[in-house]
Design a protein around this ligand. Structure first.
Ligand code: URA
Ligand code: SF4
Length: 190
């Protein structure tokens, strides 16, 4: 992949990728969904069963909760793009291994460069560790902005974690509203 790689080349490289063992068990490579000129990029962990079947990220139960929260917080469809740390489903939804994440990370970097969002939102521990800081502690550090080379980054609870533990719902919702506030602030500054 070169610095000139465009969307078309990028997507065809992803679709034929066999750089890690997840290629053996996947049904579809799940690249991303949403606006390619979005100001916000959400990053999850990896495709689940429904995502693997449909080839689209966040279409299962977690995705439905995410959609609901984004709508309630006032986001428009064109505000965001959604991708994952790994593009192929880990068997039985286990955490993606470090080597699988490393193998896939260049695709996520390329996607970031093609979109150039103003804000990155990591959904859950795995994405926060992969993207923000390897020592990231999701419970303690969620909802806190960091800035890197002009891009604002934040992590919140993964919607699957919210579905498992309803005490996470309120902080996750507070984070969504804060992300919306930040987006409007950034836009006003331009
Ligand atoms: N969970 C994720 O992390 N990503 C998806 O695409 C779906 C569920
Ligand atoms: Fe390639 Fe990423 Fe799929 Fe592994 S998870 S095969 S690196 S696209």
């Amino acid at each position: 992949m070169s610095l000139e790689t465009n969307w078309e080349e990028f997507e065809s490289m992803c679709l034929s990728c066999r750089k890690c063992p997840l290629a053996e068990t996947r049904h579809n490579v799940v690249i991303g969904k949403g606006s390619k000129t979005a100001d916000i990029m959400f990053i999850g962990e990896g495709p689940g069963e429904q995502e693997d079947i449909q080839g689209i990220p966040f279409v299962g139960a977690a995705g439905q909760l995410l959609d609901k929260m984004l709508l309630a917080a006032g986001f428009d469809d064109t505000d965001y793009y959604v991708a994952n740390v790994v593009k192929c489903r880990p068997p039985k939804n286990r955490d993606p291994l470090e080597e699988e994440q490393n193998a896939c990370m260049n695709y996520l970097r390329r996607q970031f460069i093609l979109i150039r969002p103003k804000i990155i939102v990591c959904l859950g521990r795995i994405a926060a560790k992969a993207v923000i800081n390897p020592d990231f502690k999701i419970t303690r550090e969620r909802g806190i902005w960091t800035e890197r080379k002009g891009t604002y980054m934040i992590a919140t609870f993964h919607p699957s974690a919210v579905l498992r533990d309803m005490t996470k719902k309120k902080p996750a919702w507070e984070d969504m509203k804060e992300i919306r506030r930040k987006l409007l602030e950034i836009r006003e500054g331009k």
